[in-house]
Ligand binder design. Structure first.
Ligand code: ADP
Length: 192
């Protein structure tokens, strides 16, 4: 760290003070799963429900992160790691403000999720595995990406020619196959 950087965290309003103001406990729900598994749909519906109930919530997903702070990053292994590192650091800043942060990222490997967990802190990092079979994700093909991946137009697509490592002990495993979004949201609210 540069000697010219002088952290001022000890002078700032603390997380505990922020949480008292907001009347909530900050935490990070980290949604992981295949593309099209339902991460964003569930995170967005959960955000709306929590907001309606008076919570301060922030959703971080590929759209608001890769279009802004991470727009200089691609999909090489190195860039994917840097992507997650920055996301986790941003999530931590929100966490320190007492926010409930909903992160929705494929984050396909145990290593990459452990990196996020380490930055955010094990206590506050709640891993939510959105467990939807590949066939279903592919049949939904929300963004048409599976079709492109099968046609060889996208290389290294998670689930097709790049692995997804399922979490071994997630805080919550959402089997979306036979559930609707509202049921998944209800399960996720138990982590708040
Ligand atoms: P991801 O963010 O994981 O890439 P999306 O949320 O963009 O996935 O897409 C998931 C799709 O699956 C949406 O079209 C959504 O309506 C549909 N879907 C069907 N059932 C569920 C469910 N139980 N939970 C979440 N999404 C569901």
């Amino acid at each position: 760290m540069s000697e010219n950087i002088h952290p001022i965290f000890d002078r700032l309003v603390t997380r505990e003070e922020q949480e008292r103001l907001l009347n909530q406990k900050g935490k990070v729900l980290w949604f992981t799963g295949l593309s099209g598994s339902g991460k964003s749909t569930i995170a967005e519906a959960l955000e709306r429900q929590l907001y309606n109930n008076g919570y301060f919530v922030k959703v971080l997903d590929g759209d608001n992160i890769r279009s802004g702070i991470n727009k200089n990053l691609g999909f090489s292994l190195e860039d994917r790691k840097e992507n997650i590192r920055r996301i986790a650091e941003v999530a931590k800043l929100f966490l320190d403000s007492g926010a409930i942060v909903l992160c929705s990222f494929v984050s396909p490997t145990i290593e990459i999720r452990n990196l996020a967990r380490k930055i955010i802190g094990t206590e506050d990092f709640k891993e939510v595995y959105v467990d939807t079979p590949l066939e279903i994700c592919e049949s939904r093909d929300v963004k048409g990406l599976y079709k492109k991946a099968r046609a060889g137009e996208i290389k290294g697509f998670t689930g097709i020619d790049s692995p997804f490592e399922a979490p071994k002990a997630p805080a919550l495993r959402l089997l979306t196959e036979n559930k609707n979004v509202a049921e998944c949201v209800l399960e996720a609210t138990k982590l708040i």
